[in-house]
Design a protein around this ligand. Structure first.
Ligand code: ADP
Ligand code: ZN
Ligand code: ZN
Length: 728
């Protein structure tokens, strides 16, 4: 018997199958094994077993050993691996590595075991064996008796360690090794509210549960109770003995989702995301693969949860950009979900208050089944949005952060004991630093982007590479001391709020204040406890939060994402405005939103104000059709990156010629051009691109991958991106 093995080294030359002999080992496909490789031993994965090999049998080495009690890659994941390699042009090992916790490879994390102490059950009368004077032993016995079973560390720290040692030696106390699971966020708690579904919610649940192998797009306004719908569907699926996957864009930002799932499903829930410690991640993963936990909840990578018999896959906030993996290995979460849906014959729910144009287009074409929740639970009204033209404010002599209207609403809100959320689309104190005399803008030396001023550190930072620079005191170009800090950021807004409300706590949530693992949670729970009435933040505060006392949402500078150089910038702005606004008035008190903009007549704002997604969709979709952007085409970019400008230039020219030949006479190519990337330099690497827009009928992307591979060297990297989120 021979095993086909993929070795755990990511390298183009080694991206193939190696044959080993199985010998006496008992193996199945998906097992992790240790194999001799050159002069050393390395880890690998058995992907198949056969009786046949193309190599001379005497040349074949035996597998050294099997590493785990169970196959770590399930049969489903083995076929997913083949699908992903084909579709995304991945190395096999890069696909496999997505399926298991990183730290498990090469034994960097192990099971945690503890010594547990209990009374020896065979002894009739323990007290008889203890001398009356041995008070230490007596105390230890009492302690164990009270607890039943206790860890050795605990009893040694509460009782006399010498007495404990003595009792163990005399076999009065017995010790056993037990594997313990490290559980993330155990202290998160919530009440298990038992909820009767509204008629609308029930209709959605019924539609999903009566279907098979279908993808639903659930368009439900903010606060329409989508989470409750998900939990009902999952409960049903579990009662049929199946498992469930629940994806959220960023779990550390939505601890509420996790706590309500914990409350409803208890220990059957496992959490997978990158913010966990290696041990926690490993243990949660193990609880899933052994079937101890049957609901996987997490960010995009949880779509690879090692569950068997998947009964439903839910992708909440499906429009969110984080569902596309932009760095290697690239993949699209909804496509992986589709694969697993087809494999298991289960259903998918894509949920959002602001579906992506592409998903809604698929729903219109019948590829997805559209379900709607048009009203908030208990018919609570959507918040009332006022658009404030900031140009008028400037004309009136108001150069401040807030319009008169927003200031007024803030005072009213806080004075009446409610809470406010102030949203700002950017982190740092001000987005750029400019010389007022000559127009010089401070830029990163290694990246072609402007630096951002951080007041707390009085430093300039590059948000692409993280480099820090000293704040300018004078312009390096003309020497002028009139340095202007550009737009404002969270820090400046928080400062202004503290001036307005000296007696209130103002919380700030952005990349700078959330560097620690638990900082998201502590900021959010501080706000939930109402010890702070005002929360200022970036995109992080836009997502799924449900704070009943928030009656005011202020959007300080709505335009920031509108003028981004990207075909999706209007869509993103619409989504963001709707999501942030949706934080207001979710409970009994109605909510208000004040949106400040310099483009008050833009259709993104007009439709966000009336909450009319369908009108927005029609307008945006028409535009895309006329200009030939997705979903009417796919954008394919071949990005060429390298240190040496000439090498990059040569490679991009070569790639361009080849693609031009491929596209010649093919009218499915509607756009093809070759240029420097918008960010010509990042981390000292020159970047050039061949950009294409191709009709969806063209599915021969493998030809483009092949051309890219031809120009890849160890000096120049060539990457093919399909519909990337970030075209910088
Ligand atoms: P969405 O995800 O659609 O924005 P949520 O799922 O967060 O909305 O629900 C909004 C609020 O309504 C939550 O506080 C939730 O507990 C509550 N809720 C949901 N369904 C019901 C129901 N059937 N009856 C009463 N309250 C509900
Ligand atoms: Zn200057
Ligand atoms: Zn930089």
């Amino acid at each position: 018997m021979y095993a086909k093995v993929i070795v755990d080294i990511s390298n183009d030359e080694l991206d193939r199958i190696f044959d080993y002999s199985v010998g006496e080992l008992s193996l199945e496909p998906g097992c992790r094994v240790m194999v001799p490789f050159g002069v050393r031993q390395i880890e690998g994965y058995v992907i198949d077993l056969t009786d046949h090999t193309d190599f001379a049998p005497e040349k074949i080495k035996p597998i050294a050993r099997r590493m785990d009690a169970y196959p770590v890659i399930t049969a489903e994941m083995l076929s997913l691996m083949r699908y992903m390699c084909d579709r995304y042009h991945l190395r096999v090992i890069d696909a496999l590595r997505l399926f298991i916790p990183t730290q498990m490879r090469n034994g960097k994390v192990k099971e945690l075991s503890k010594k547990l102490v209990s009374l020896n059950g065979d002894i009739q009368d323990v007290d008889e064996l203890i001398r009356p004077s041995a008070s230490g032993q007596k105390a230890a016995i009492d302690y164990v008796r009270q607890k039943g079973e206790v860890s050795l560390t605990e009893i040694n720290s509460t009782c006399s360690a010498a007495s404990v040692r003595n009792l163990i030696a005399r076999n009065i106390l017995v010790v056993r090794d037990a594997v313990v699971m490290r559980s993330p966020y155990v202290n998160l708690s919530a009440d298990n509210k038992s909820v009767t579904l509204t008629e609308d919610q029930q209709a959605v649940v019924n539609a999903v549960l009566s279907a098979e192998n279908k993808t639903f797009l659930l368009h439900g306004v903010t606060g329409s109770g989508k989470t409750e719908v998900y939990m009902h569907c999952i409960a049903k699926v579990l009662s049929q003995g199946k498992s469930a996957i629940m994806l959220v864009p960023e779990i550390s930002l939505t601890p509420q989702v996790l706590s309500s799932f914990r409350a409803r499903f208890g220990a059957r829930v496992a959490l997978l995301h990158s913010g966990l410690s290696a041990g926690e991640r490993f243990d949660e993963w193990r609880r899933l693969i052994t079937g101890e936990a049957v609901v996987a909840i997490g960010a995009r990578s949880a779509v690879f949860a090692p569950l068997k018999n998947v009964g439903i896959i839910i992708i909440d906030e499906e429009h969110d950009g984080s569902y596309t993996s932009e760095s290697k290995p690239r993949y699209v979460t909804s496509e992986i979900a589709e694969f697993r849906k087809n494999y298991n014959g289960c259903n998918i729910i894509l949920g959002s208050a602001t579906p992506s144009i592409e998903s809604y287009y698929k729903a219109k074409k019948g590829e997805y089944t559209l379900l709607e929740l048009k009203n908030r639970v208990n018919k609570r009204p959507l918040p009332d949005i006022s658009i404030i033209n900031m140009c008028d404010e400037v004309l009136k002599g108001n150069n401040g952060v807030f319009s008169a209207k927003l200031e007024d609403e803030l005072y009213k809100c806080i004075e009446s004991g409610n809470q406010a959320i102030i949203f700002i689309n950017r982190r740092g104190y001000s987005s750029y630093v400019m010389c007022k005399s000559c127009g010089y803008v401070a830029k990163c030396e290694q990246c072609d982007v402007s630096l951002v001023y951080h007041k707390e550190e009085n430093a300039l930072k590059c948000h692409y590479c993280g480099n820090r620079y000293k704040m300018l005191t004078a312009c390096p170009k003309c020497g002028s001391e009139h340095i202007k800090r550009g737009f404002l950021g969270t820090e400046q807004v928080a400062e202004k709020l503290k001036q307005m409300f000296p007696n209130e706590n103002v919380l700030r949530m952005d990349n700078d204040t959330t560097q620690n693992k638990n900082s998201h949670l502590s900021i959010l729970s501080e706000f939930a406890s109402k010890r702070a009435k005002i929360l200022v933040g970036t995109q992080m505060i836009a997502k799924g939060h449900d704070f009943p006392d928030v009656t005011l949402v202020g959007i300080v500078d709505a335009d920031m994402s509108l003028h981004f150089n990207d075909y999706r910038s209007v869509e993103r702005t619409y989504q963001l405005i709707t999501q942030v606004s949706g934080r207001a008035g979710r409970d009994k008190k109605p909510g208000k939103v004040v949106l400040q903009t310099y483009s008050p007549h833009h259709y993104a704002y007009r439709f966000a104000t009336t909450g009319d997604y369908k009108l927005f969709y029609n307008k945006e979709c028409n535009l895309r059709e006329v200009t030939m952007f997705p979903p009417f085409t796919k954008i394919v970019r071949t990005l060429i990156v390298g240190e040496n400008e000439t090498q990059v230039r040569d490679a991009v020219a070569g790639v361009y010629e080849k693609i031009k030949a491929l596209a010649s006479g093919d009218n499915r190519f509607v756009f093809l051009s070759c240029m420097w990337a918008p960010m010509k330099l990042i981390k000292n690497q020159k970047r050039a691109q061949v950009l294409m827009r191709i009709l969806p009928e063209f599915d021969d992307v493998s030809k483009i991958y092949k051309i890219a591979d031809e120009y890849k060297t160890n000096k120049v990297n060539v990457v093919v991106e399909i519909n990337p989120n970030d075209l910088s």
